[in-house]
Design a protein around this ligand. Structure first.
Ligand SMILES: Cc1ncc(COP(=O)(O)O)c(C=O)c1O
Length: 361
């Protein structure tokens, strides 16, 4: 069967080259006579896989030596909990609410301490990024939390908030490795890998060493402490071995593409194709304030729910799948992650133009 153009927000499209390579290695990884899935995580071969993955990620993101790279099972929601559990020393944190994922992180943090909302764009259904240049940061705040790219609403922080000296923690799940980031501006960066990196169920946390505490409350479960991962090279228990192997393959693929500068350029080109069309179309409109638009997730609508539904249906029949918007916002959303080829975006825009002509009276 031919492959479709998959615009899913996550789990999402993977580079075809990577999938083929994994398929070729499925029965026999590198002469071991077994799949990586069947391999001991304590073996030398596997140690090499996880070490290479970390090394390549460090290279791609230019991660400073005083940051640990931690592979943690459980995906995004586990990080919503681990961040406050591990960082709330004073028991206070400030959250900027720019969508559902930031809100969920804040709700989780409230279970552990005082979590304040210091800015929000809920008043206009999260269609913009609030001004974060002069926030009322609590002087006792242990950190300020943001969701850098808002998967559901299609906004991104182009300028980081002024945290008044507090550590910035960012969820980068849906913009992971899509463009260069200055890691040193963050205390913790974490991302669920299921959008731009690999198979769901794994998060990668990049944590500044001084934030990895050994003096945590003893009641905090072993697997929810960053120091457990940091002290064991993410091999305290049996990690999601196959996911890490797939992420490693994507890191190598990214290096081959020219790294994150090259990805940024490509992602800008792809997003511009769709945004330019949305800005010129009489039928389709973007839903986000222009200056806050994401390169990764592009929500759009027509003026009618019936037409939206018809578009999603006809698009699917034509091989453009997962374009339905998140259930909480409706309309459409195209996610243009690293692995979406530019041909896919060109073909989508051509299809949208045809659709517009067909249904314009
Ligand atoms: C930005 C962001 N953060 C967190 C999550 C939640 O991740 P998970 O489903 O792995 O818990 C998502 C999921 O789509 C997301 O887009």
């Amino acid at each position: 069967m031919a492959r479709v153009y998959n615009f899913s927000a996550g789990p999402a499209v993977m580079p075809e080259e990577v999938l083929k390579e994994a398929a070729a290695e499925m029965l026999d990884y590198n002469g071991t006579g077994m799949s990586v899935m069947e391999m001991s995580h304590r073996s030398k071969v596997y140690q090499n896989i996880i070490d290479e993955a970390e090394k390549d990620l460090r290279e791609l993101m230019n991660i400073p030596d005083n940051y640990k790279v931690l592979f943690i099972q459980g995906g995004g929601h586990v990080q919503f909990a681990m961040v406050p559990m591990n960082l709330m020393k004073n028991g206070v944190a400030d959250y900027i609410i720019t969508g559902q994922w930031a809100k969920k992180a804040w709700q989780e943090a409230k279970k552990y301490g005082e979590a304040n909302v210091i800015a929000s764009s809920a008043d206009e259904t999260f269609s913009y990024i609030p001004d974060c240049s002069d926030l009322d940061v609590d002087e006792n705040a242990d950190y300020v939390y943001i969701c850098l790219n808002n998967t559901i609403y299609g906004t991104v922080f182009h300028t980081l908030p002024d945290t008044k000296g507090k550590d910035l923690v960012a969820d980068i799940s849906s913009c992971f490795l899509s463009e260069p980031l200055d890691v040193s501006k963050f205390g913790i960066l974490w991302g669920g890998v299921q959008k731009n990196v690999g198979p769901a169920g794994l998060a990668i946390a990049i944590v500044r060493e001084d934030l990895i505490r050994s003096d945590l409350d003893e009641k905090i479960p072993t697997m929810l402490r960053y120091d457990t991962y940091a002290n064991s090279g993410s091999l305290y228990n049996t990690p999601p071995t196959y996911n890490i192997y797939m992420c490693g393959k994507v890191f190598k693929w990214l290096k081959k593409q020219g790294g994150l500068e090259a990805m940024k350029k490509r992602n800008e080109e792809k997003a511009a194709l769709l945004y330019d069309f949305l800005d010129s179309s009489k039928m389709f409109h973007g839903t986000v304030r222009k200056c806050d638009r994401s390169l990764m997730n592009i929500p759009f609508v027509t003026d009618s729910d019936e037409l939206n539904a018809l578009f999603v249906k006809e698009a699917e029949a034509a091989g453009f799948v997962n374009l339905k918007g998140h259930r909480s916002v409706g309309g459409m959303r195209a996610s243009l992650y690293n692995a979406m080829p530019i041909e896919g975006v060109k073909a989508l825009v051509a299809f949208m133009k045809e659709f517009e002509q067909k249904y314009t009276k």
